[in-house]
Design a binder for this molecule. Structure first.
Ligand code: B12
Ligand code: SF4
Length: 485
């Protein structure tokens, strides 16, 4: 069958998305013909600098405001029209026509929080032009919108009900296996009862299946297909994403990933990762790889093996990744990483107060963070650091400890990326906010009982942090390693 994979704004514009690249290669191995449309990057490339700012962290709210909770689809339209004025009606219509012209019978959208609304609007336009085209929504935000307890039963929510007004099939979780199943069922006009990971409106009644268990044998997946590079121009030229493991062993209280990927950490073999690197280089003449793993350094034996294979096989690449502070890391390993082409590591340190770190369930000592940073820096790898300001237990003194730590170690830090603490659905803090003593004011801003941490207090801290950064002259969010994910 002919299938179109669509990415709507807003998401990253630096390099192609990995998820759809996996879907494309797996669909093609299954005998289907896939075309990709990344309207996110094409819109971005068509804009003046001023509007491109809407892809910065600070503007994310413009795309996600009120989520998609409204019962009326017109409300979504109104909000996008008001907040994203450069996204005109004719642009959306043009995209819908392009998809229709491609003759794709099935159209799969990748949904993030930040791309959900525009995706709904585009799906509506496509259906207006031809309601026989089947539309599938998948991607990380589907699980975020759903309510899925640990037994993997699926609870519906307003956003998903809204999506189902416009869309034929909703898929939660990893897509490589399920998308083949869905396409087959659509082709054969079969029921979706028992199709794990899928929600559909079938003969006017909802079929809500449990989640499908994720793929454990990652080496069996076909390598992701980035032929989208031939038709789309991403901002970081010569970059490709790659992933060596799926899941995360950590349980940070502010992060929804323990909910989104609730299964045990799964690894590819180092050999399989190296084979892919060589294959992608051969295909795209790519030199730079960004590892999309939640953290690259949980299994140090595995990391060591990847580095050794790169060195032994004389593969000339440059790479970067996200990392945790890890007491087992030493200078020898950082040196080996550098020798294998590692150029930057982005460490989620978040706070220099050990009390706040414990509260966040980040179980490392701040001395270990210092040691990792020094070893990493001395090995010649850029040290990118991520910080969270205004965690709900952070006091003025904790905040000052963070500033002091950064100032003391500034010679080892190449980048500072800061985010204001926010309470995201499906995180430990969100699920336990009452027990943790968090309250909400009339504007839905959270505060703690003694009011020592409220919107005003933490915004002031963030301003102070920014001034402090300016004084230090450090970069902000200006390269892949510094982008918060
Ligand atoms: C690497 C990464 C990035 C990289 C992207 C590099 C690239 N081009 O690949 C960078 C650093 C650029 C990035 C940026 C951002 N990121 Co990011 N990122 C990740 C991360 C860590 C890995 C993504 C990945 O490759 N996963 C592996 C692939 C295989 O899985 P996948 O993408 O989920 O795709 C699978 C399924 O979702 C499904 N699927 C996907 N599409 C479809 C479509 C259909 C039809 C079907 C059936 C299935 C399906 O099948 C795929 C294959 O199994 C994830 C967290 C995580 N560990 O997944 C966050 C994550 C995707 N990022 C997130 C966010 C919020 C962002 C930012 C908006 C952050 C910000 N505030 O600035 C920005 C984007 C905006 C910008 N200005 O750049 C959120 C999305 C939350 C949500 N619910 O929508 C995540 C989940 C992290 C989190 N827990 O908050 N990110
Ligand atoms: S913040 Fe990073 S390390 Fe912590 S749970 Fe989320 S993905 Fe894992």
């Amino acid at each position: 069958m002919k299938i179109a994979l669509v990415q709507c704004p807003m998401f990253n514009v630096r390099m192609p998305q990995l998820g759809p690249a996996y879907l494309k290669s797996n669909l093609e191995i299954g005998g289907h013909n896939v075309i990709q449309f990344d309207f996110n990057i094409s819109l971005y490339n068509s804009l003046e600098e001023e509007n491109r700012a809407y892809w910065n962290y600070e503007f994310e709210m413009k795309w996600t405001k009120n989520s998609i909770d409204s019962e009326r689809l017109e409300d979504i339209e109104t909000q996008i029209n008001e907040d994203i004025q450069f996204l005109s009606e004719p642009t959306l219509e043009g995209w819908a026509e392009d998809v229709i012209k491609s003759q794709a019978e099935i159209i799969g959208f990748t949904i993030y929080y930040s791309s959900a609304k525009v995706s709904i609007l585009l799906a509506k336009k496509i259906k207006q032009l031809d309601k026989r085209r089947k539309i599938i929504f998948g991607g990380p935000a589907i699980l975020s919108f759903l309510d899925v307890p640990r037994d993997n039963t699926v609870g519906l929510t307003m956003p998903i009900n809204n999506i189902l007004k416009m869309v034929d099939v909703v898929v939660a979780g990893e897509g490589e296996e399920v998308i083949l199943d869905v396409v087959e069922r659509l082709k054969e006009n079969k029921t979706f009862k028992g199709c794990l990971g899928v929600i559909v409106n079938e003969n006017d009644s909802l079929v809500v299946n449990r989640l499908r268990l994720p793929n454990e044998k990652l080496d069996l997946l076909v390598f992701p297909d980035f032929s989208i590079l031939n038709s789309h121009r991403f901002t970081d030229k010569g970059f490709l994403p790659i992933i060596a493991s799926r899941g995360c062993p950590n349980r940070c209280t502010f992060c929804d990933f323990p909910y989104l990927d609730r299964y045990k950490l799964r690894f590819r073999s180092a050999k399989n990762v190296i084979e892919e690197i060589k294959w992608q280089i051969g295909k795209h003449k790519i030199q730079f790889f960004h590892f999309n793993d939640s953290v690259i350094n949980t299994n140090l034996g595995f990391l060591n093996e990847i580095c050794e294979l790169i060195i032994r096989e004389g593969i000339s690449i440059r790479w970067g990744a996200s990392a945790i502070i890890n007491a087992e890391m030493n200078k020898v390993l950082f040196d080996k990483m550098k020798q294998s082409g590692c150029e930057y590591l982005s460490f989620g340190i978040e706070s220099a107060s050990e009390k706040v770190l414990r509260d966040m369930r980040k179980f490392f000592r701040i001395e270990t963070a210092r040691r990792n940073m020094i070893d990493c820096h001395d090995a010649g790898i850029s040290v990118c650091t991520n910080w969270i300001i205004g965690y709900f237990t952070e006091t003025e003194d904790d905040f000052k400890q963070t500033l002091r730590f950064i100032e003391e170690n500034i010679n080892y830090i190449n980048e500072i990326d800061v985010a204001l603490f926010s309470i995201k659905p499906h995180t430990y803090v969100y699920n336990n906010y009452k027990k943790l003593g968090i309250l909400f004011d009339k504007k839905s801003n959270w505060y703690v009982l003694n009011k020592k941490n409220n919107y005003k207090v933490r915004s002031r801290r963030l301003r102070k942090f920014r001034q402090f950064q300016e004084k230090l002259g450090t970069n902000m969010n200006n390269r892949i390693g510094g982008v918060r994910d």
